[in-house]
Design a protein around this ligand. Sequence first.
Ligand SMILES: C[S@@+](CC[C@H](N)C(=O)[O-])C[C@H]1O[C@@H](n2cnc3c(N)ncnc32)[C@H](O)[C@@H]1O
Ligand code: SF4
Length: 362
Amino acid sequence: MQTSSLYVHIPFCDRICSYCDFAKVFYREDLVDHYLDRLEEELKELPATKMKTIYIGGGTPSALQLHQLERLFQMLSSFYDEKTIEYCIEANPESLTHEKIDLMIAYHINRLSLGVQSFNEELLKKIERVHNKDMVEDVIFYACGKGLTNLSIDLMYGLPTQSKEDILYDLEVASHLPLQHISYYSLILEEGTKLNNEHYEGLSEDEDAYYSDLIVNELEKMGYHQYEVSNYAKGDHESEHNKVYWHYENYYGVGSGASGKIDNTLIDHSRALFQYIKGKDTRSYTTLSEEDTMFNHVMMSLRLLEGLDLCDFYERYHKHVEEVYGKAIEKNKDHLVIENNHLHCTKQSLKILNTILLDFLD
Ligand SMILES: C[S@@+](CC[C@H](N)C(=O)[O-])C[C@H]1O[C@@H](n2cnc3c(N)ncnc32)[C@H](O)[C@@H]1O
Ligand code: SF4
């Protein structure tokens, strides 16, 4: 299978949020410079191909200084051409200056994914975010005014003290912004995070399902369709890069903490940042059996409302999905639908996907 997607991890943040377990350390100028040196070497190992999608994630890519960002974009420019359908970068409102937005646009970034989490300033302080609603509005209207037509924000629910009214307020504020996409995540309590250490308990399953329904319905009224467990788009503005993961296609993953997939091999960089900077190969390679590859493919694709493409499944494994997972499909016949050559969850059963998937492991 061809590989035409590239993920680049920037593991630096100005602050560490109380819920976050992603690979990151505090921003330090000299560390970032050394990191970019090493990233440049790793990028040289890749074949000289143009990518369909490029995604710079973090950490906080916008925490880099302007000249560091420019260096990063120059390093990536050989992977871009006019056929690159999506070139996306994650950013935090407090560090995304107008100059950085101008620079991104000059280097062909066409999608911005902004970490907002909430517009409620009390709540933002509790989770140790340092931006406010005005900063978010400022960068979104600036980016929109400069012609960026693919703007996304991340929101979260299930945060400490967050009420139904708080969620409705966040949705109300979002409804006035020129956005094309919203990722709305249910808080996952990760080991080792401050929130988890403080024994915050999070939502019960029923509460989670209640808020999830509320969000789906409100976003639909605002013109966003749900296309994945946590993702909503207007029109055709679904995340093309993330769909590569959900379709279980190939992608390169570059940088400390990044992961890639080439056919049935998973390539994971450890989070050992200093080892990475020193030039040590921090990658581990896992070759999956066909059984595991098929399961991962199903697991990822069932996250999409469109579901698993059955023709693609047959082309890849020369087996019909019913042949492999007939029992699991039969057992979940109230939750799964086969139509238009796709196997998919219903909107309701998407909420119990993890339970459904257990049957696919049997
Ligand atoms: C890892 S961050 C990177 C981008 C950027 N630094 C930011 O804060 O938005 C990407 C998104 O993951 C989500 N996220 C991080 N930790 C999470 C958790 N424990 N549970 C649910 N979503 C989480 C947040 O919505 C965040 O915006
Ligand atoms: S949520 Fe974003 S800003 Fe906060 S610690 Fe995680 S990666 Fe950094």
